[in-house]
Design a protein around this ligand. Structure first.
Ligand code: FES
Length: 258
């Protein structure tokens, strides 16, 4: 049992996971935070998602900073651990803080819980508690039909190792959030999005490609996603500041969006 810390020493804690779009996993995150809160190691305990799901990490950070947090600890609940997490979180924090235009409290990154000494005990407890035989669900009584969507544009977000280390999860999360918020599946000519393995130009990470034009975008961040949506998906043009031509020459990453 971890001893509670003095209340004025306690940080705000944000437990972070990748994605959740259904009610049940969000309730699971809340229950986990409630359990952690009962251990009295945090002034405030909450959760956020780095890819898809509400709240996004950036929004949650803002909320806690606006609430007056003096120190924030991020606890990454990612199994297996994302190798580039510390790298892209550091870059994203610097970008978000610069965009906020005001001083932030220290934001620390905790080691992944599964790397802690008690993790094996936790797994052993889970093995001992196994009592459930997974069963396939019953077949549906009536097969549902499907509408084939037009979705002319295909947006691929690279999740190869260099792009993941450069923050592909944030790019993906922001794209999916905007896709839902702005009904981009059916707006205009429609679009769909998918994760991809290495798309080739790794030194331009994070890389996004838009088809059927086959346009490659590099150094994409949240502002880059917005530009691609506005200028390419909805207007049929090119998001110039982020586009790299397939001209047979070696391309170097320009400063973001420049
Ligand atoms: S890892 Fe993304 S382009 Fe290679």
């Amino acid at each position: 049992m971890i001893a509670p810390s003095a209340s004025n020493d306690r940080p705000d804690v944000i437990v972070i996971a990748r994605s959740a779009i259904a009610a049940a996993p969000i309730a699971e995150m809340q229950a986990l935070c409630d359990a952690l809160a009962s251990r009295q190691v945090a002034a405030h305990t909450t959760f956020a998602f780095t890819e898809q799901g509400e709240p996004a990490l950036r929004d949650r950070l803002r909320e806690r900073i606006d609430a007056g947090a003096r120190r924030i600890v991020l606890v990454p609940l990612l199994v297996p651990m994302e190798p580039g997490l510390a790298n892209w979180i550091a870059k994203a924090l610097a970008r978000w803080q610069a965009a906020d235009g005001k001083p932030w409290p220290p934001v620390l990154l905790a080691p992944p819980p599964m790397a802690m000494p008690g993790a094996a005990d936790l797994l052993a407890l889970a093995v001992g508690a196994a009592d459930h035989h997974p069963q396939p669900p019953p077949p549906p009584l009536k097969a549902e039909g499907s509408i084939v969507p037009a979705q002319k544009h295909r947006v691929l977000v690279c999740h190869g190792a260099p792009c993941t280390a450069a923050g592909a999860a944030l790019v993906w999360g922001h794209l999916r959030g905007e896709q839902a918020r702005r009904s981009l599946r059916t707006a205009g000519e429609g679009m769909m999005s998918a994760k991809a393995t290495c798309l080739g130009p790794c030194s331009l990470a994070p890389v996004v490609q838009v088809w059927p034009e086959g346009t490659t975008y590099g150094g994409v961040d949240e502002a880059g996603v917005d530009a691609i949506i506005e200028r390419h998906i909805l207007s049929g043009g090119i998001a110039d500041g982020y586009a790299y031509p397939a001209d047979g020459r070696k391309q170097r990453l320009r400063r973001t969006g420049a």
